[in-house]
Design a protein around this ligand. Structure first.
Ligand code: PLP
Length: 410
């Protein structure tokens, strides 16, 4: 905390050892946070501690180490439950990540609740991870995909929702925040409208969980998914939140150890929630590390993180807008700290390469959002995405880099 009572983000930045290095002889400026976030020492140390002191398979041992690792794994589940305000631990399923979570719902829900002629409603700005699993199940079941369109600012046209939600619609799946545009979607409104017609809603929280407070109970979504690596935890761990009554109804989508109650060659009965959906040896160290990452951001405070990142976005946006020949893609009134842009006559890869030489790590390309790129008639953008550990000084260097690109290629 500084004297004004807000967190000291420069001090906080020193928790991230990777940021303290040089790339091409320049201080690393990491603006690729929407792709994955960096890990604080507290999380890195927690992983080392786990392997040093507790490593043992969970749920299966009477011995001390197994009990300890099981305790840490289940504590992590409680931390996730508290963090997203789920009603019960039974509603928190650990997965490998958001993609795995969406595939689990698409497969399991699809098998039980979709049939020929049904419709699945997505949005124009979905990540491929929230399109392709639905297409696979739609092809298998003879369903069709419908899409909520958007406007040139990258805002969903909610006035079209009423006509898109029909008696054929069986599920709605939308992202809370767009990874390429930064748009914060009015998901509560979408959920309410869908529920008026008894249609369940999956929210892809991959780009929201790290930026704002999430309350799944208040949102009333039926499913909520996210990946640990987007919120300062390691890769290979993620979460599928599902309302208990939905998870009870859905069949398991993978079979194996731990998800069973009893097995015989004639018949298998399944374990209770949430274990019914956790087949095989889970990434228990990753789950523990995710719990530590949630402790970490909670100690800073999601409200403070939100404010800090809003300021960074606003500053970077205003600076970039002053450079003639740049066009921001994604100008919604409600945005998370994602700044996508293109430059007249200059290819995104050239921009990315020049910036890289200045130590600035940006993402270029379609960002797994080809339908968004098609909408804007472009083949990609440059995307700068900010986390609370970024600074205005870094943004200044990035802006100087863009000016340099313009001189070189413009
Ligand atoms: N959904 C959105 C909006 C994303 O931004 C991402 C990753 O960038 C995903 C889903 C997929 O996440 P993961 O690759 O961690 O499973």
């Amino acid at each position: 905390m500084n004297t004004a009572g807000s967190p000291d983000f420069l001090q906080i930045r020193s928790d991230f050892p990777i940021l303290n290095q040089q790339v091409h002889g320049k201080a690393l400026i990491y603006f690729d946070n929407a792709a994955t976030t960096q890990k604080p020492q507290q999380v890195i140390q927690g992983i080392t501690d786990f392997y040093t002191h507790y490593n043992s398979n969970i749920h299966r041992g009477v011995h001390r180490l197994s009990q300890e690792s099981t305790r840490l794994y289940e504590e992590a589940r409680q931390k996730v439950q508290a963090f997203i305000h789920a009603r019960s631990e039974k509603e928190i399923v650990f997965t490998a990540g958001a993609t795995a979570s969406i595939n689990a719902v698409a497969t399991s829900f699809g098998d039980s609740f979709l049939s020929q002629g049904d419709e699945i409603l997505l949005s124009q700005m979905e990540h491929h991870a929230n399109i392709v699993p639905w297409q696979i199940v739609a092809n298998r079941k003879g369903c069709s995909i419908k899409v909520i369109p958007m406007n040139d600012a990258g805002e969903l046209l909610l006035e079209q929702l009423d006509s898109l939600l029909t008696e054929k619609t069986k599920i709605v799946a939308v992202s809370q925040v767009s990874n390429s545009l930064g748009t914060i979607n009015p998901v509560k409104e979408i959920i309410e409208k869908a529920h008026q017609q008894g249609i369940p809603v999956l929210i892809d929280g991959s780009q929201a969980i790290q930026h704002q407070e999430i309350n799944v109970t208040e949102l009333d979504c039926d499913f909520y998914v996210f990946s640990g690596h987007k919120i300062y935890a390691p890769t290979g761990i993620g979460v599928l939140y599902g309302k208990e009554r939905w998870l009870e109804k859905l069949p398991p989508y993978q079979g194996g150890g731990d998800m069973i109650d009893h097995v015989s060659f004639e018949k298998t009965t399944y374990n209770q929630l949430p274990f019914k959906f956790e087949a095989g040896t889970m990434n228990f160290v990753g789950a523990h590390a995710l719990g530590l990452a949630l402790d970490y951001v909670s100690a800073i405070g999601m409200k403070s993180i939100m404010e800090r990142e809003a300021n960074l976005l606003q500053y970077a946006t205003s600076q970039l807008q002053q450079i003639e020949g740049t066009r921001i893609i994604g100008t919604a009134s409600q945005k998370a700290s994602v700044l996508s842009f293109v430059m007249d006559q200059i290819h995104q890869y050239d921009i990315g390469m020049v910036l890289d030489k200045m130590g600035v790590a940006l993402r270029t390309g379609t960002h797994c959002n080809e339908p968004v790129m098609n909408y804007f008639g472009i083949d990609g953008t440059v995307r700068a995405s900010f986390a609370f550990y970024n600074t205005e000084d870094e943004i200044n260097i990035f802006i100087r880099g863009i000016e340099k690109v313009k001189l070189m290629f413009g």
